[in-house]
Design a protein around this ligand. Structure first.
Ligand SMILES: Nc1ncnc2c1ncn2[C@@H]1O[C@H](COP(=O)(O)OP(=O)(O)OP(=O)(O)O)[C@@H](O)[C@H]1O
Ligand SMILES: [Mg+2]
Length: 147
């Protein structure tokens, strides 16, 4: 990731999408991001903007049930949601390690459920529900310990 992105407060889903679009300017091929935060804190909404910013024109939906969504753009986005599957063996079977060692850019919601599998250089973005429509989205530490 290119340094310089710190995050922001957002006051609507649209602002969160714009913030994700802005992050897209800083991502680099091979980056792995953990999107950490409560239910409905804006992680998937943010991904709509990231995908848009990287030139993806299709729809971005939650991978809660699909587990992994891939968006064809440059770099390719792999959007993972661990919420419904905490069995690390299942993730290994799915080939999660190959996603981490690739030219893709990977974003993981609920990564704390598979913390043993995460690369040490993972970048953490934290999402906090501050109030009605008010979300705080910021770059946190880029180490495994905080995931
Ligand atoms: N400032 C805001 N930023 C993002 N979403 C907002 C904001 N204000 C309200 N919302 C609403 O909050 C919800 C956020 O849902 P979203 O699916 O993005 O959350 P999530 O963090 O991915 O949740 P989950 O952990 O269930 O996957 C949406 O319904 C969105 O419209
Ligand atoms: Mg989500």
């Amino acid at each position: 990731m290119i340094t310089g992105w710190v995050g922001n407060d957002t006051y609507s889903p649209e602002e969160t999408i714009v913030l994700g679009q802005n992050l897209a300017k800083f991502v680099q091929s091979g980056d792995v991001f953990a999107l950490k935060g409560d239910l409905a804190s804006g992680k998937t909404t943010f991904m709509k903007g990231v995908a848009k910013g990287l030139g993806y024109i299709g729809e971005v939906t939650s991978p809660t049930f699909t587990m992994v969504n891939e968006y064809e753009c440059t770099p390719k986005i792999v959007h993972i949601d661990c919420y419904r599957e905490s069995n690390i063996h299942r993730w290994l079977q799915l080939g999660i390690s190959e996603y981490f060692n690739s030219d893709n850019v990977v974003f993981i919601e609920w990564s704390e459920l598979i913390s043993q599998l995460l690369p040490t250089n993972i970048i953490v973005i934290e999402f906090v529900n501050v109030g009605k429509n008010h979300h705080n989205i910021k770059l946190a530490k880029a180490t495994k310990e905080l995931v």
